[in-house]
Design a protein around this ligand. Sequence first.
Ligand code: 26M
Length: 821
Amino acid sequence: TWKKFAVQKFDSKDSFENSFVRHVETTLARSLYNCDELAAYQATSETIRDNLITDWNKTQQKQTAKDQKRVYYFSLEFLMGRALDNALINTKTRDLVRDSVDDLGFNLEDLIQKEPDAALGNGGLGRLAACFVDSLSSGEYPAWGYGIRYQYGIFAQKIIDGYQVETPDYWLKFNNPWEIARNEIQIPIDFYGYVEHTKNDNGVKKSNWIGGERVIATAFDFPVPGYDTKNVNNLRLWSAQPTTEFDFAKFNSGDYQNSVQDQQRAETITAVLYPNDNFDSGKELRLKQQYFWVAASLHDIIRRFKKSKRPWSEFTDQVAIQLNDTHPTIAIVELQRILVDLEGLPWDQAWSIVTNTFGYTNHTVLPEALEKWPVELFQRLLPRHLEIIYDINLFFLQTVEKQFPKDRELLSRVSVIEESQPRQIRMAYLAIIGSHKVNGVAELHSELIKTTIFKDFVKIYGVSKFTNVTNGITPRRWLKQANPELAELIESKLGSDAYLKDLTLLKKLEEYADDSDFVKKWAQVKTNNKARLIGLIKRLTNIEIPNPEALFDIQVKRIHEYKRQQLNIFGVIHRYLQIKKASPEERKSFAPKVSIFGGKSAPGYYAAKLIIKLINSVAETINNDPDVGDLLKVVFIPDYNVSKAEIIAPASDLSEHISTAGTEASGTSNMKFVLNGGLIIGTVDGANVEITREIGEENIFLFGNLSENVEEIRYSHRYNGYQLPESLEEVISAIEANKFGDGNEFRQLVESIKYHGDHYLVGDDFESYLKAQELVDESFKDTKEWVKKSILSVANSGFFSSDRAINEYAEGIWNVESINT
Ligand code: 26M
């Protein structure tokens, strides 16, 4: 009888419109006469959601029945962006829905714009997690993502008088059609309290943690549709609630008033995403977020495992957990605690399960980004976990001692406990010790971690524990969705959309690199995308870009000294000074250019905020200088986010990926720009190296010092002093001469380069950067050659699909198979 009532998915205009109307009138309780665009967006989304949930249920049933090993991707950030357009594309219902809403008097593009971004991440790491869940679903892997349902995502950036101002991102203002509240799932999570040490009848020591404060984790599920498959995986995000029942016997903290208040403030745990990128803030609430999310996720996974009535020895045949950076490292300790304290397994057996379960992905070598927690904080917040960390460290150091007797230096270097004032727990070391594989995110980066920050661990564990999985991006969002015209042009030559699931098929485009009709169409798509960006810039900044033929030179990413937006803006100033010096006749030889910036600074990062202000001040001067005219425009696009990136990436002629060599682990926006037919100016850093290998060095503008020389150069700055090149001195003089507002304001920025060691080598790379920019200008003048480079780049960017990355994780780290193999 159930079958008879099975929910029907919409599969025609009629059935779509039927469902749409029903959702307007019942779900939204509106009449069709007062259905505005927001309501139409919601009704459309509810209708898609019905289809997704139907397939989501089937997927989960199928995966449960097959009962094979599952992957769990633990990430504190999932920078998903908008869901509607992506769902339409992945389920291949976009045309049908466009026509249907058209019938109903709406424009699909407009409805899509109504959706707020799900901006639950900072930048690269969070967006990588989003691309990965897309690829896991598309590749039909049995996989769940686990994260936090922040009520406030990354702040919205306003630019006021050229300064960044942060405003809260309350993205859940309206009902969110893309989440399913699982109010029946309520997992208690404890903090604080004390540890009881007892012995059982056989004299074996037992430890029991009595928590002092309890909050409830409740689940929200976000269906993740794969492309061209019925497979819909789950992204489970946790939200914190206060408990209602209360065990006074356990309430032993001695500070009743404060504890009750803390309890009432349970929701604060999942209230807001920490807005730091590549910087460790060390705040107690952040550690609470980490434990809350990890404990809830493990509880969930273990509950699922226990249903299968398997012995613990089979846990690692069923479960693989990937740690996205060190943020979930406490999971290693929590699983060990569950197995030993609660399930009664012997330490060694438990530890072998733990290490075979986890894999750890490192995303940075920057020392200021490596997470450390004061021992004292752990002692208070998670007292039993601290004991377990001490034991893990003890056993680890004992084996190291056996392997390398009497090397006290080594022991103190690799100890999980840093003997500093205050003593700190090194989370990366704990992650390495507790995982069976450690991977970097691009070849250069994976080599660097083996030879620098983790080199002692290579000595201890051997090199095979360390591996590389080069990042990737999903071609569904970053080609098909962001650049529908290019996708259509590509499809017309490749004969099908199969390249969206096997991106290496793009290779065939090489055949058309000299085909004049194709070249013309290719260039036209770029021009159209630039026009689309011109519209966005006008709406957001009121700046007019008079010349759509100008070279669009774009750098959008988090603002950070290591990413060197300052190098870019100094280059812009240099260009400006050249134009000013030139005679009207000479000015004609300059290629017109638009320099576009975008990105958020961490709210407390003073130097980064100063860079934003400098960019805006330079824009103000240049854009209003009649000597310059159309030759140069400078734009700072406010509030850079995923949905803006979808408009920006397809519109670049050139994009900048110019981090100091050895500092950018991979970068992924470089991949987005290349896949959309933009060329790159970049340093020999992160994934730029592999992009060069794939597309050919004649198709990329590389410059700057190499990573192997960076330390030496810094050392030389420190002990021999250094001189900035004349060209850069001139730029700095112009700033100091108040050409871009009050020069005094930028003193810190200038001094860090001139007098404080120039840690990021701006001076050392400046001339080489200018030369590369000259080559760009030269090359851009030859449109045919430029377009050819663009086509060849796209043809050879297939390697940078996140599908390839996920397949590598599945085979090399997780030992998990796709559901249909
Ligand atoms: C840490 C502590 C407290 C609060 C926040 C953090 C934190 C948050 C995000 C630290 C780092 C965070 O992200 C780092 C990141 O995005 N790294 C980037 O990861 C990308 C994907 O692998 C790479 O492509 C980039 O090179 C790398 O910078």
